[in-house]
Ligand binder design. Structure first.
Ligand code: ADP
Length: 591
């Protein structure tokens, strides 16, 4: 088969939108072929052409399949080799953007009236799946949740797990979560802490936040300073209130960082380079703790506030920025945004390590987490919570910009990694990953920079490179991203407030501190940069098996981050070893 023929058909199927992940499955009807693999030669040629080959062991062809006109017929292949669109399954909880992105990519929606119960490739829904559903997943299927991950996403469980890690591996590593007490069990400890602090502070106030362990969207939250205002119920946590948040235009904000774990065994973590910054819509004011519009950054709260539509100082209209705009803003203040970003990556790894050993094995699934991170005015990041099924609703243009591409990139990522990590180890499935590589090669190789919505994100690629000499080889010099004119426009005529303690008197000089901008592919010492390669899959590492791909769209691999951690995540997770490596890395980077 000629590659060009197939690719052009693929593109037309995808309605000319994105063709990174081919939207086709090679379906070898079971009557014709009962093996996992297509005939020798066919697989290789189709994979080269960017077609995913998802085996369907012995499954009888459904009536619909027989009736349905194939989208593509491989012209020089044995009769019966049909190319069909991939099929997604949704329910009433599935975010609309997921469905629209998949349709845009040429996928078909699963119809249980018409199709065989197993005729789908991806099931995406908001709640978790039952273990029985995980156990019955087929080699060609993916689920958007991994079992056991709610240990991280309930606020009380998160606090307990991180406390355990602190005991095991030292407080210095795990001091990124504000001091937390789980009610009612920690009530006496909290009371003791509260009064001890009061004594120490004298007339100064201490601030606490009380949050329901299981609720989200800012519901049921209470901020207090005086003990008599403290009311709680079962399943609440009380946490030190970060009273010195980084303020922008005197508004509090927090970061929503998207993290995708494509496998726990072996552990594989990606961080999304774009994200959201969510603002409170009234100015931060510690003298009024009851004003949720000033103290909570949830958009579900702020979008109903009177100030939401107003043009606010520095932040403008609405209550969201993209992460890239936020980092551009920090850079304009000469803030070391790269160091902050590294700290966030470390925090993500350390948090996931807290549950990774106890997560049950499951094949063909992934988990998208939403990490909520608050930055204080010393630029220290604090983990507030980890969200399960982070909101994918499109409330504003910033949401559209970030979340649509996020879903596209998740699909790219799971078809690059998910189908060859746990899936392969567990079921010995033979899914290839070369579909993506071939698709990349069609575009002249994946150039990470092309995928980034903002050049300013390039800093995120400069991670974890231990061998500087190798790193230098992977450097590409690019112009500074957020054009000064754009930033200037955003900032003109406004005051700038970077700190709760001290506000600068003058407008910052806009400069390119990082010019020319260096971009390093992550782990250059370990993995070849994709942009340097066209078609081959990522390097195979000695006897540890294949290394995960370093990047898919805006997703960047943060774990494993070197050969030692790759080894320590195979054949059981050696958390102690991983922590040692991380500690070494942090010492090096922070020094
Ligand atoms: P929810 O799941 O209800 O969104 P969060 O823990 O994310 O709960 O808290 C909601 C908001 O409250 C956060 O987005 C942040 O603005 C604020 N917040 C939460 N915890 C703290 C804290 N410890 N210090 C300062 N602000 C906090």
């Amino acid at each position: 088969m000629r590659r060009r023929d197939l690719c052009s058909s693929t593109q037309s199927q995808a309605l000319g939108v994105r063709t990174t992940t081919p939207a086709f499955t090679l379906n070898i009807p079971s009557e014709a072929n009962h093996t996992e693999q297509p005939p020798a030669g066919l697989g290789a040629r189709l994979q080269e052409a960017g077609v995913s080959i998802l085996p369907r062991r012995g499954r009888p062809t459904s009536t619909l399949e027989k009736k349905k006109k194939p989208h593509l017929m491989a012209e020089d292949e044995p009769s019966g080799a049909l190319l069909k669109p991939l099929v997604f399954r949704v329910d009433e909880t599935t975010p609309a953007v997921v469905q629209s992105v998949l349709l845009e990519r040429g996928w078909n929606k699963f119809d249980k009236q018409e199709q065989n119960a197993e005729d789908w490739n991806l099931y995406w829904r908001t709640p978790s799946f039952r273990m029985a559903e995980h156990n019955s997943v087929k080699p060609w299927q993916q689920l958007n949740h991994h079992p056991g991950t709610t240990k991280l996403t309930r606020k009380d469980c998160l606090a307990k797990h991180l406390k355990h890690m602190r005991r095991m591996y030292g407080t210095s590593l795990y001091q990124f979560i504000p001091l937390t007490f789980v009610m009612p069990s920690d009530y006496t400890k909290f009371v003791a802490e509260y009064f001890q602090e009061r004594q120490m502070l004298g007339t100064k106030h201490s601030y606490w936040i009380c949050k329901p362990a299981e609720l989200s969207r800012g519901r049921g939250i209470l901020i207090f300073s005086d003990f008599k205002d403290f009311i709680f119920d079962d399943m609440y946590i009380v946490q030190k209130y970060i009273s010195n948040p980084l303020l922008i235009g005197r508004y509090k904000c927090d970061l929503r960082i998207y993290v995708c774990v494509t496998g726990f065994k072996p552990l594989t973590i990606y961080v999304y380079q774009e994200g959201l910054v969510r603002f409170a819509t009234e100015k931060f004011d510690l003298s009024n703790l009851q004003n949720n519009y000033a103290h909570l950054t949830n958009s579900s709260i702020n979008k109903s506030g009177a100030s939401y539509e107003k043009i606010k100082e520095v932040i403008g209209h609405g209550c969201k920025w993209t992460l890239s705009r936020f980092f551009s803003y920090l850079r304009s203040w000469d803030v070391d945004d790269l160091l902050l970003w590294k700290k966030i990556h470390h925090m993500v790894i350390l948090t996931i390590l807290a549950i990774a050993p106890s997560v049950p094995f499951a094949a063909n699934c992934f988990e998208l987490f939403g990490f909520d991170i608050l930055i204080d005015d010393n630029l220290k990041p604090w983990l507030l919570e980890v969200n399960y099924s982070p909101a994918l609703t499109l409330d504003c243009s910033t949401d559209v910009l970030v979340k649509r591409k996020l879903v596209h990139d998740i699909i790219d990522l799971i078809y690059l990694n998910g189908l060859r990590n746990e899936g392969r180890e567990a079921s010995n499935a033979t899914h290839g990953n070369s579909n993506i590589d071939a698709a990349k090669s069609d575009r002249g190789g994946l150039d990470a920079h092309d995928c980034l919505p903002y050049d300013s994100l390039s800093f995120t690629s400069r991670m974890y490179n231990e061998d500087d000499s190798v790193v230098e080889k992977a450097v590409s010099v690019r112009p500074e991203a957020a054009p000064a004119s754009q930033l200037e426009g955003e900032m003109s005529g406004q005051d700038f407030h970077l700190s709760t303690r001290e506000m600068p008197q003058s407008k910052p000089k806009l400069r390119s501190r990082h010019t020319p901008h260096k971009t390093l592919m992550p782990y250059a010492s370990l993995f070849q940069s994709h942009s340097c390669k066209t078609k081959t899959s990522p390097c195979v590492l000695s006897d540890h098996g294949k290394a995960p791909d370093p990047q898919a769209g805006n997703f960047v691999l943060v774990f494993p981050f070197n050969e030692a951690t790759l080894g320590a995540s195979r054949n059981g997770l050696n958390v102690k070893r991983i922590i040692q490596e991380l500690q070494k890395l942090m010492n090096k980077q922070h020094s």
